[in-house]
Design a protein around this ligand. Structure first.
Ligand SMILES: [Zn+2]
Length: 397
């Protein structure tokens, strides 16, 4: 690791959002007042009631602020709060405009792509002044462990096919994940075919299903969140590379923090509603800040120094994948926006570089390119020898 980054983390200005993360250790216990701000029915554990695990929560928060970071992979043993933490994100998710059409048409499509960018039905509705979208909170869509390919990409609705003698394609999980978060627990145990379908959709933002003469193209722009226990099998390198940020998640080491986790989980289990009410004020203000950060992100740029040192860092570490700096720069912009700044600087690079760059370097590729270099050198040396022999022969004649 080249020592290029000055330590700016201490004394740095942090926004409410970021400082709430680092403050949620055991020593800041339940200072929240408890007005009832209206609680959703799902009742996941509150994001800010998680103790410690700052890097995991920062990575998840950044991916909510800026989906372009390309998702988060959480790597660690069972029981360390990975799934709880992912589910708790629903606490912070903003509202977005969601299409009511199976093909995912939105009013903006007309401006962006003209008539052909929208299905006939939606063009008719818009012309008649009917809505084709509604506001909905971003959702967390979980991929069930036993999902089949048809569940993921969608398939033929057999009930309609039999009853009405016509074929209709059903929306799959990928289409329902559009504009939402898609969570895959134990992503390393996922069937290869399903993993490939998900990664293709995630890379392209859409996918096409063909069944006989029928086909449908669905939007599928989602933030991919995966978790895995490395004891239970490795993840194919090409899947690993697709996750923008990777966070190793260990159990807490501080005894006081572990006891605080126990107490909070116990309170939550005893009475979820009351527990959530105690944390609602945090959740509400964090949701506000996420919305502000998402707005600010549109204008947030990287400083010259952040670009220069970021690129030098990737090169210095011998990382080939261009996704490395993409994830790092997008995460740095999100980190700055979360901190209320419109310029991402070295502080932000420093905060996000480990999560964006770790486990990117492949010894196999280092060796592969080294061997290629040797082979090329041998080829040129042969050419040189043959050329000089030919020249000598020519001179002697
Ligand atoms: Zn439509």
């Amino acid at each position: 690791m080249p020592d290029v980054l000055p330590d700016l983390s201490s004394g740095a200005q942090q926004s409410h959002l970021l400082s709430m993360l680092s403050d949620s250790g055991a020593r800041r216990v339940l200072r929240a007042p408890s007005p009832d701000l209206g609680i959703a029915e799902h009742l996941p554990f509150p994001f800010f009631a998680m103790v410690g695990q700052v890097e995991m929560r920062t990575a998840l928060l950044l991916s909510v602020i800026n989906p372009a970071v390309g998702g988060v992979l959480l790597i660690g043993p069972r029981g360390t709060g990975k799934t709880t933490c992912v589910r708790s994100l629903t606490d912070l998710l903003p509202y977005i405009e969601v299409s009511t059409c199976p093909e995912g048409c939105l009013p903006d499509d007309l401006d962006d792509g003209g008539d052909s960018a929208m299905c006939e039905e939606c063009r008719r509705k818009l012309a008649a002044g009917e809505p084709i979208s509604r506001l909905e909170p971003v959702k967390l869509v979980e991929l069930p462990l036993n999902a089949r390919l048809d569940d993921v990409v969608g398939g033929v609705n057999e009930r309609i096919a039999i009853q009405q003698n016509r074929v209709r394609l059903e929306l799959g999980i990928l289409a329902r994940a559009d504009q939402n978060l898609l969570y895959i627990d134990e992503v390393n145990l996922l069937d290869d075919v399903i993993a490939d379908a998900i990664l293709d959709a995630s890379a392209q933002g859409s996918y096409t299903v063909r069944r006989g003469a029928m086909s449908g193209t669905y939007r599928s722009r989602f933030v991919l969140i995966g978790s895995m226990n490395p004891e239970e099998g490795r993840l194919r390198p090409q899947i690993m590379d697709r996750f923008g940020l990777r966070v190793p998640v260990q159990g807490l080491v501080d005894r006081q923090e572990r006891y605080e986790v126990y107490q909070r989980v116990r309170r939550y289990q005893l009475n979820r509603r009351r527990f959530l009410a105690e944390w609602a004020v945090f959740s509400a203000s964090a949701r506000e800040e996420v919305i502000l950060a998402r707005e600010l992100l549109k204008e947030t740029v990287l400083s010259e120094q952040a670009i220069e040192i970021g690129l030098a860092l990737v090169q210095g570490l011998g990382i080939d994948s261009h996704r490395a700096e993409y994830a790092m720069f997008e995460a740095a912009r999100a980190h700055a926006a979360a901190d209320g700044r419109d310029v991402a600087d070295l502080r932000d690079i420093r905060a996000v570089a480990p999560m964006a760059l770790r486990q990117r370097r492949s010894q196999f590729m280092v060796d592969f390119f080294a061997r290629q270099f040797d082979e090329d050198a041998a080829i040129f040396s042969q050419i040189d020898t043959l050329t000089s022999t030919a020249e000598k022969d020519a001179a002697e004649k």
